[in-house]
Design a protein. Structure first.
Length: 261
């Protein structure tokens, strides 16, 4: 029986459809250098802003500090503390789950994490305890001093100050009296007396000099009338002369011997 040969023709295959590329997965934050750099820059800017606010807090009002700055710092501290606790709890839970599943090196990683955690918390707690005790002792030393010592020190400071002012006023009064003894106040010109006393105001620590003229009338008590006053520019314009008037009246009436002399 003769053999027949049939040619083999390949079956037509349908054209392959191009498959769409797989969706690009989002890179995690720790593998994205740009996001890490942006985070570092933001942290540095926040640190610089906090330092600037702390340095300029001297000129700020206490109400602004207590209501805005301290509140913002407290909120930032609490936020960072909550984030730190969340990250720490997540890692601890992850280690416990890995240890239950008996993954390789799970026990070693858990021991390493707990050792590092202890090395971090123990020094922080020691610093907190020692610092709190030091601050408490310092505050007790500042504000719990014996009241007798505080009062005696304040009295000593006040007596030294008043003694110094008394000596200064006596010397200034003697110098002004020596200057006024050169002129006759009954007939002297007010401008000449003012020019004579002006160096005492400009060159020394005297703020005001009041000169009075004694008017004596027969059968009546002597009275004093203001002659001239020389005032330093730094003295407020609304100062009163009532104290000087009373002192001058007492000196003329003989009520204060030291003042009259």
């Amino acid at each position: 029986m003769p053999a027949t040969v049939r040619p083999l023709t390949p079956r037509p295959t349908p054209p392959r459809q191009s498959q769409p590329p797989p969706p690009r997965s989002r890179r995690p934050f720790r593998d994205n250098p740009r996001l890490i750099l942006v985070g570092i820059v933001l942290l540095l800017v926040a640190l610089v802003a906090i330092l600037a606010i702390a340095r300029g807090s001297v000129g700020l009002s206490p109400d602004f500090l207590s209501e805005f700055v301290l509140y913002a710092l407290s909120a930032a501290d609490l936020t960072m503390l909550v984030a730190l606790i969340f990250v720490l709890a997540r890692n601890i839970v992850k280690l416990l789950v890995e240890r239950r599943r008996a993954l390789p090196f799970a026990r070693f990683r858990a021991k390493l994490v707990f050792a590092l955690l202890g090395m971090t918390l123990i020094p922080a707690l020691l610093v907190l305890i020692v610092g709190s005790e030091l601050i408490r002792n310092s505050v007790d030393r500042w504000f719990n001093a014996p009241m007798d010592d505080v009062i005696s020190s304040a009295n000593a400071i006040a007596s030294d100050y008043y003694h110094e002012r008394e000596v200064f006023v006596d010397e200034s009064a003697a110098r002004v009296a020596s200057l006024l003894s050169r002129v006759d106040l009954a007939t002297a010109d007010v401008t000449a007396v003012r020019d004579l006393l002006l160096p005492e105001i400009t060159q020394r620590r005297v703020q005001m000099i009041e000169v009075y003229r004694v008017v004596e009338q027969p059968g009546q008590d002597p009275t004093v009338t203001p002659l001239v006053d020389v005032v330093a520019p730094s003295l407020p314009p609304g100062h009163t002369k009532a104290v000087a008037d009373r002192l001058a009246a007492r000196s003329v009436s003989g009520g204060d011997k030291r003042t009259r002399e």
